[in-house]
Ligand binder design. Structure first.
Ligand code: B12
Ligand code: SF4
Length: 479
């Protein structure tokens, strides 16, 4: 069987930095379970022209094509499926990832995709390939976790595939050898050096209204031993020296976190790492332990300096916790990459003012301010549909416009017009920037040396584009 896998582009205004975990894990599963020839095309990494993509697809007649990605790749999923069907009408096209999961019907209605995977793909892809091996047009009705059109064009959504209980056992590492690793490794995600992203768990216990949680609220994770082996593998085969953990909440389980720190110090003390955090979970013990175990950065979603807004987005965090975590990060010499959101439904002049004041009081910038964006699958999206901000018959058009949350898409507030909100965005960033008091260049360099040890040399060699990326994401600035 011949399988074509295409990872569509994302964030074209930046270099490719993130590996396509979902598709690459499934590629590994496929070659373990089946005899198949796989062509993995990472369009995002190579930034091919559309002509080049057409030529690649044309030259590889295949039985099955697999595509997937985050919601802003929706337009590319449609485009790719049209090209594949044009050249190879009999190829079965399967799609997954958060774009496909969050709006399966809309995607099926507006593309040439045959089957959408509505959940985790590890079990579903095996069932689908087995069914294609048995007959050309199989009966999908018994395969859980998919949506598809029947012979009359009616879209059917099967019952979900239960979530994997043991990730170590029932998932795999991505098929790194099928990916252009040197492209990612040349473009650090959050750190310095040969930095690769890694996802060590799925699911978050919290219910923030703007966040999509396809994996539910139980935090399932790989064991610290699994992560250790994966890092040793990456170090040996790809000379990786920095890991950016991109899990929704890497620090959710303190026991696993501290086990990981111990393993790091024992087995790979030359590997440095970054992760995602949460103000209400980080205490001094945690910051101290991770700092002594090679962690150079923890990123936080602060979202607002207004307690009323934090409550309204169900953030389950208070301003004291946020201030405390800023102080702790400063005390231990860590940068403070924090992101904020403007334009949630209850936002008004007062809450914007409080956010700016919070930043000024704590000497933070608002450089990573995002517009509240109702991504499909979130409570915010339901709100936008219910209040008519997104028309039920306009979902396709709305999703076609989605990109980075730094771009304004829809106004969810009652207090601001679109123009006022866009003005407010620039005004808030500039007010916080004006008041921000950076530490001296010498101090920054000292801190970088202390955080990154031998890797700090890389800081002085970063290209201006990488420096800009790192600064934007708080990796090397904002001490
Ligand atoms: C890493 C990451 C990124 C990376 C990109 C990753 C990449 N692959 O290119 C970066 C940092 C660039 C990124 C950016 C953004 N991201 Co992001 N990101 C993630 C994160 C943390 C992990 C994604 C991941 O790799 N998961 C692990 C893999 C294993 O899961 P998976 O890809 O879903 O794959 C599984 C299944 O979906 C399925 N599957 C996947 N593909 C296929 C294909 C087939 C054929 C089949 C059968 C099955 C299948 O099988 C896989 C294994 O089970 C998720 C959070 C999350 N919980 O997933 C958010 C998430 C995907 N991001 C999200 C968002 C909103 C964004 C942004 C738009 C935010 C912003 N600030 O602007 C930007 C996009 C900007 C842009 N211009 O387009 C949302 C998506 C919401 C939605 N409805 O789609 C998520 C879910 C975060 C959240 N909780 O809200 N992101
Ligand atoms: S924003 Fe963070 S804490 Fe909130 S639900 Fe999403 S991943 Fe969890």
């Amino acid at each position: 069987m011949k399988v074509l896998i295409i990872n569509p582009p994302i964030r074209l205004d930046d270099k490719p930095r993130n590996i396509p975990h979902g598709l690459a894990i499934l590629a590994n599963i496929l070659r373990q379970k089946f005899r198949c020839q796989i062509l993995f095309v990472d369009w995002n990494a190579h930034r091919y022209s559309i002509e080049k993509i057409k030529a690649i697809i044309k030259s590889f007649p295949c039985d099955v094509a697999m595509i997937g990605g985050l919601i802003p790749t929706y337009k590319y999923l449609i485009k790719i499926s049209n090209i594949i069907k044009k050249y190879h009408p009999k190829t079965k096209i399967l799609a997954g990832g958060s774009a496909a999961m969050s709006i399966p019907k809309v995607l099926l209605e507006n593309s040439m995709i045959d089957v959408v995977c509505t959940g985790e793909g590890e079990v579903t892809i095996v069932r689908l390939i087995e069914s294609f091996q048995q007959e050309e047009n199989p009966d999908f009705s018994t395969i859980r976790g998919i949506a598809y059109s029947d012979n009359e064009g009616k879209i059917l959504v099967n019952e979900p595939e239960p979530l994997i209980q043991n990730l170590d056992q029932d998932s795999l590492l991505p098929a790194y050898d099928l990916l252009p690793m040197n492209i990612y490794l040349a473009n650090p995600v959050a750190g310095l050096g040969r930095d690769i992203d890694f996802i060590s768990g799925r699911g978050c216990p919290y219910h923030c209204t703007f966040c999509y949680q396809p994996w539910g609220h139980k935090n399932r994770k790989h064991s610290s031993g699994f992560i250790k082996d994966a890092i040793l593998f990456l170090k040996k085969n790809y000379q990786v020296n920095f890991i950016s953990f991109q899990d929704d909440l890497f620090i959710a389980d303190k026991k696993r976190l501290y086990d990981f720190c111990e393993l790091r110090n024992r087995y790979f003390p030359d590997i440095y790492w970054s992760c995602t955090g949460r103000a209400n979970i980080c205490d001094e013990e945690l910051i101290k332990i991770v700092r002594e175990s090679g962690c150079t950065l923890i990123s936080y979603g602060f979202e607002s300096g207004s307690q009323r807004m934090l409550n309204s987005m169900n953030k389950k965090i208070n301003l004291d916790q946020m201030e405390h975590v800023v102080d702790l990060n400063r005390k231990y010499g860590l940068p403070i990459p924090v992101s904020f959101i403007l334009g949630m439904p209850d936002e008004n002049e007062q809450s914007c003012k409080e956010t700016v004041e919070f930043c000024i009081k704590n000497n933070l910038t608002l450089d990573s301010l995002m517009f509240a964006t109702p991504y499909p699958g979130t409570a915010l999206y339901d709100f936008a549909i219910k209040t008519g901000r997104i028309k039920k018959n306009g979902i396709h058009d709305f999703v076609m416009r989605l990109g980075d949350a730094r771009d304004f898409v829809v106004n969810l507030t009652d207090s601001f017009t679109d123009e006022e909100l866009k003005r407010k965005y620039n005004e808030m960033i500039s007010l916080a920037k004006k008041a921000y008091n950076p530490i001296s260049q010498n101090e920054i360099e000292e801190k970088i040396k202390s955080l990154y040890g031998p890797l700090s040399e890389m800081f002085f060699n970063l290209s201006s584009e990488d420096k800009e990326h790192q600064a934007k994401h708080g990796a090397i600035g904002l001490f």
